[in-house]
Design a protein around this ligand. Sequence first.
Ligand code: URP
Ligand code: ZN
Ligand code: ZN
Length: 463
Amino acid sequence: MGFDTIIANGRVVTATDTYTGDIAITHGKIDAVGKSLPSENAGKIIDAGGRYVFPGGIDVHTHLDMPFGGTTSADDFETGTRAAAFGGTTCLIDFAIQYKGQTLRTAFDTWMQKASARAVSDYSFHCIITDLADAQLEEMNALVREGVTSFKLFMAYPGVFMLDDGSIFKAFQATAKNGGLVCMHAENGNAIDVIVQQALAAGKKSPKYHALTRPTTAEAEATSRAIALAEMAGAPVYIVHLSCNDALEKVREARDRGLPVYAETCPQYLYLSLDNFDVPGFEGAKYVFTPPLREKWHQEKLWQGLTRDHLQVVSTDHCPFCYKEQKEMGIGDFTKIPNGGPGVEHRMSLIYSGGVAGGRFSVNRFVELVSTTPAKLFGLYPRKGTIAVGSDADLVIFDPNRKHTISAKSHHMRVDYSMFEGIEVTGMPDVVLSHGRVIVEAEKFLGRPGAGEFLKRSTYTQP
Ligand code: URP
Ligand code: ZN
Ligand code: ZN
């Protein structure tokens, strides 16, 4: 009996190594890695000559089929995981939301229902906690035991998602004991709400005011408070969607002190800025998400943060709302624009292009940022996040020279605009495999809804 599939002659890249070799796959797992593996009896041979082979991308921050701001995000688990696959991302960690008065179990069951028959590739959930009574503290332990080992808490959106500092501290105490990881949305929601009300009263209602009412200091203050609360409880913390240098400085200082503090940024903060609001009419609504876009100079600071390991992960915070009818809900009042932007499809190419082709970091660091560290922090390693015998055969054959101009006309996300319209990237996925099956090849989707598996995750390990 031979291998099911051999990916032959690619430049195999992990977070630590780059070499030319073959990868053999049997029953959806990597069975062997070597030079000139025996191919006579292989079911299929894919020639990866002249291209990279990466572990599948892992995006640990998406919002599929999420009710938010009076509407629901436009991609469901089928369209979202399919678009992700076109971009070389084969595993998502989405968010199951506990609404006030609900159990955490209800949140988990609700999101399992949304995902299980639709996802084309593997998925898992962080649980968003909006109401933390003693019963939920016990439930956090139960969820960790069942493989939901991370929780998102909000310091913003008072009255909707925001938790008070006492509850946040209790959650950190719980994760310090049960091994879970708190993902923090760090913005000072109360101060922001005051600024927002003052702007509205002054008649400042266009989309740009979404950004101008959420200062970088509000993000830095909350980041620093989150770190302090985690430190007091003896717990790790993961700051989500970090957007600016002020917050980055807080993370860097904490890491310099040896604290288990981690942070992600997203492609929109690396490629877009306040300048994107200088568009006609209401079109700035396409760039309304939270934290907001910042002055352009922050971009290079964030790229440096990725190079120097002050930031450990790039996720997308993919939360798509169509411009027509969804974003348009906020015409005349920026606070009614549903917050979020689409990005799950282009993370790998944008980060490869700006990071590796742009000369900022190595191809190994790229793999670390988009796959290996996400897997380690969120309890998926070494099943995911690397190319090793026994790992899932979630793999991407990536052409480092292929150029592509991003456009809503050709993307696969179910949304009527692109935040990155017209940006040319260098480096595109050619072939994408999930569990050893080719799901994207020659720009065609070959996967199947429901083929994705729910991933029970271990507790976090220090990357
Ligand atoms: O604007 C955003 N980011 N929408 C999604 C929710 C969140 O805070 O991540
Ligand atoms: Zn958030
Ligand atoms: Zn988010």
